[in-house]
Design a protein around this ligand. Sequence first.
Ligand code: MG
Length: 313
Amino acid sequence: MASYLSDHVLPLLIGRDARRIEDIWQYLYKGAYWRRGPVTMSAIAAVDTALWDIKAKSMNSPLYQLLGGSSRDGVMVYGHASGSDVEKTVEAFASFVKSGYKAVRAQSGIPGLSSTYGIGRGGVAYEPAEKDSPRENQWSTEHYLRFVPQLFARLRKEFGPEIHLLHDAHHRLTPIEAGRLGKELEPYHLFWLEDPTAAELQESFRLIRQHTTTPLAVGEVFNTIFDCQQLIQEQLIDYILSVHNFGIQEYMPHTPETDRVFPHAYSFKDGFMHPGDAPGLGVDIDEALAAKYPYQRAYLPINRKLDGTMHSW
Ligand code: MG
């Protein structure tokens, strides 16, 4: 994406009026004949976000004031609790509750599998990408489906009815397996079950929906609003876009180095975040400091079933 930006997109911006945000978005989107895809759309989004920041700063106003003003006092956020087993996950979950979070996502190591999605390593914050080459994870849907309802039974019992519980299946289930999981999680009243099945199978959400009342979230691998059309039209999901009545914001605090490179006005208190009142987005970049941390190649893990077949990560 960095090379798409510097080789292709940024030369097109030189000399353009930075105030014409919509025109520039359309120019970059419609000007790419083979449009969409994660690289193109992320690059356009980076330009769009920067232009909105510039416009709000030129008016000495926080950006949200230009977009209709605030419509709530704060944004509920959820943190990532994970552990290699149930006990360690309960421990991690408790530390989020103690910090004031009202909602926590829980992922846990699964008995019988040497590794799985969403588990931090060596006491550091969860970061799945690794240098050099992709790590290989193990996967077994049978082990997973047996285990997850036990995990959430324990969490609900331990932390009571009010805390919001979230879980991410990371696109690994077939629609009927996702229906079974949603149904078995119903007694624990999840806030949402995220990415239960492959996101390109939009019609599969109809089947999942018919089998469970557990709320469904999807969308992090979508690149445009056009990818969500069927899901919204048919009311097949509960959570997706950044909208006025949105539900919750994922919050993975950054490393101290990242916080220094991106000075910011946002703050966290009692489970909610506020963007602050600094002009623009409220997040800046210290380019001189950023230059001290050059790009390092890193890979997300890949995932194989116990018999060696490749599976979705
Ligand atoms: Mg996710």
